[in-house]
Ligand binder design. Structure first.
Ligand code: CP3
Length: 336
């Protein structure tokens, strides 16, 4: 698997490629399977249909990795918090008031279908296609648990981090433990590597970043590596800015996803030598296609030549991306 050798530090050319949100609404076959499932959460919890939507972009574009089809909010749901996806608006949760409403012991029974999806996928994927398991990082998941929705800068979460540190740090304890169990289950079910989505890393002041982003991530990485010494983890501290190098250095993460705003060469200069990067084509360029996309792809390929690198977007693919542009992207990478 080219993705796994890259995570082990071996450069491979062209770089292994996959796209965040590669299974999704830009594909007509995804929309059809989602309609068959009824709603998004039912799709995540239906192993046969979740397997199917994970495989769709692999069949169509031949990416080097498949990412388990699920969502970062399935874990808080499994811990007992309500979750619904409002059509066209994104997730809604009843904002968390007490830690006693969460149950660590009930969670594995509720997320069991997700682990079944992982084992089905490992059996059905081509041998050379790596299977990526994932979870949200505790701070990002807590943003949704405490504010109850996205769309802004999570004011309640940021305020509680200062005003009620006991509550927020207690929530981190629960999420660290739950995430270790959940990811460990994914590795045991057949995931070849793992990714931690810290999509809201960019909203925290540095001291809060250290407390809610770096420290919980470090504990998750170290627990997973002690249980599964060969497993590699990719972190994605989106919009971390100048905190990126400290994140890489302190957490022990094996590779780091770069968001659209981060200059690859500046990240290479700032992070410890040998850091493996993933990213970071602007998803807007994938939508627009044409010469602007072609130039940006060439620039990324040029700056990663000779380094172990994973080609990806700087954030998820949007529903309005034409499939032909994804096909063209793969053609450009394969011809490199
Ligand atoms: O293909 C893949 O990348 C794997 C599946 C995956 C989904 N969500 C499917 C999904 C993964 C890895 C995620 C992660 C996720 N979920 C993140 C972190 C990455 C990021 O985008 O920053 C976050 C913040 C979430 C929470 C979430 N899920 C939001 C805010 C939304 C609504 C926004 C939207 O795009 O509609 C979702 C819904 C969601 N998760 C969809 C998919 C395919 C769209 C659901 C649909 O079919 O209507």
């Amino acid at each position: 698997m080219r993705l796994i050798s890259t995570l082990n530090g071996q450069a491979s050319w062209p770089p292994p490629t996959w796209l965040m949100r590669q299974a999704g609404r830009y594909l007509p076959e995804y929309r059809a399977t989602r309609a068959q499932a009824g709603d998004f959460i039912s799709l995540c919890l239906n192993p046969a249909l979740a397997e199917e939507v994970t495989l769709q972009p692999i069949r169509k574009f031949g990416f080097d990795a498949a990412i388990l089809f699920s969502d970062i909010l399935i874990l808080p749901m499994a811990l007992g918090q309500g979750l619904r996806f409002a059509e066209g608006e994104g997730p809604r949760l009843p904002p968390l008031e007490t830690l006693s409403s969460l149950s660590l012991s009930a969670a594995p029974g509720i997320y069991a279908p997700v682990l079944e999806t992982v084992s089905r996928l490992r059996a059905s994927l081509p041998r050379e296609t790596a299977l990526i398991g994932f979870a949200g990082s505790p701070a990002t998941v807590a943003c949704y648990m405490l504010d109850g929705q996205g769309g802004g800068d999570f004011p309640r979460t940021r305020r509680l981090a200062y005003e009620d540190p006991g509550f927020v740090d207690g929530l981190m304890e629960i999420m660290v433990e739950a995430t270790i169990g959940y990811l460990s289950g994914q590795v045991e079910a057949g995931a070849n590597c793992l990714m931690l989505f810290e999509s809201w890393a960019g909203i925290f002041a540095p001291q809060i970043f250290r407390r809610l982003v770096i420290s919980p991530t470090k504990r998750i990485v170290s627990a997973l590596k002690s249980r599964h010494p060969h497993v590699k983890l990719i972190g994605f501290p989106r919009l971390a800015g100048l905190m990126l190098a400290e994140y890489v250095h302190e957490t022990g993460i094996d590779a780091v996803g770069l968001d659209t705003t981060t200059d690859l060469q500046a990240a290479q200069a700032a992070c410890p030598p040998g850091t493996i990067f993933q990213g970071n084509l602007d998803p807007l360029l994938l939508k627009l296609g044409g010469p602007a996309m072609e130039e940006a792809v060439a620039r990324i390929l040029d700056s990663v030549k000779g380094h172990p690198h994973i080609f990806n977007l700087g954030h998820g693919i949007t529903p309005d991306v034409p499939e032909a542009n994804v096909a063209r992207l793969m053609e450009l990478i394969r011809a490199a």
